[in-house]
Design a binder for this molecule. Structure first.
Ligand SMILES: [Zn+2]
Length: 205
């Protein structure tokens, strides 16, 4: 299976009919946040495959509709797609007084707790917790940055170490330079910064 992961910036080629060519083999789309609803709706209508998303700290980026239509919000939820188990957590670390979609580490831990219950139900039902973990922010110490706004969550590290998703897809950290690391491995998990876009061939671990 193949996933088109998008995040943070509009890629012009994806906002044109060329998206059909670029993402022709994509079975579904994952948005890691900070993208306008209209962009997500365009892509979902052109590709005619499901689009799963989490909100970034900037929400729907000031577009006319905060939540994209015809797309599935993954925040705090688990979703099964063709036998793949997806789960997500939105937002970034809190760094200013506009706390919508911003969470302290403690707040994120609480959000994660209720998600973990659902992961345990997955385990009972499907024999494993999850396959793809979708977030906006990175995990602490992986692809994150030193400034207040771009620090990752320690909570995410714990989730990776406890539940071993095959993939974690995140955004939030902008990649202006090709030398910046976009993929890292931690234990069993391939962590991908989806900034712009990334086509990922999913290999079941
Ligand atoms: Zn962000």
């Amino acid at each position: 299976m193949r996933v088109l992961a998008i995040s943070d910036v509009i890629v012009k080629a994806l906002y044109s009919p060329a998206v059909r060519e670029i993402a022709r083999d994509a079975d579904f789309v994952v948005s890691c946040g900070d993208l306008p609803s209209a962009y997500l709706e365009y892509i979902v209508s052109m590709l005619d495959v499901p689009l799963y998303y989490v909100m970034g700290n900037h929400g729907g980026r000031g577009g006319a509709r905060e939540f994209p239509e015809g797309c599935v919000n993954l925040d705090g939820r688990v979703v099964a797609h063709n036998g793949l188990l997806l789960a997500g957590l939105e937002g970034s670390i809190r760094y200013n007084d506009a706390p919508r979609y911003q969470y302290t580490e403690n707040e994120m831990r609480r959000k994660a707790l209720s998600l973990e219950l659902k992961l345990w139900l997955n385990r009972l039902r499907y024999g494993r917790y999850l396959d793809i973990f979708v977030t906006h922010a990175p995990p602490f110490g992986i692809h994150d940055e030193g400034d207040a706004a771009h620090q990752g969550f320690r909570t995410f590290l714990k989730l990776i170490d406890r539940y071993h998703p095959d993939y974690m897809l995140h955004g939030h950290v902008h990649v202006y330079d090709n030398r910046i690391v976009r993929q890292s491995v931690r234990g069993h998990t391939l962590i991908v910064n989806a900034y712009g876009y990334s086509l990922i061939e999913l290999v079941k671990g």
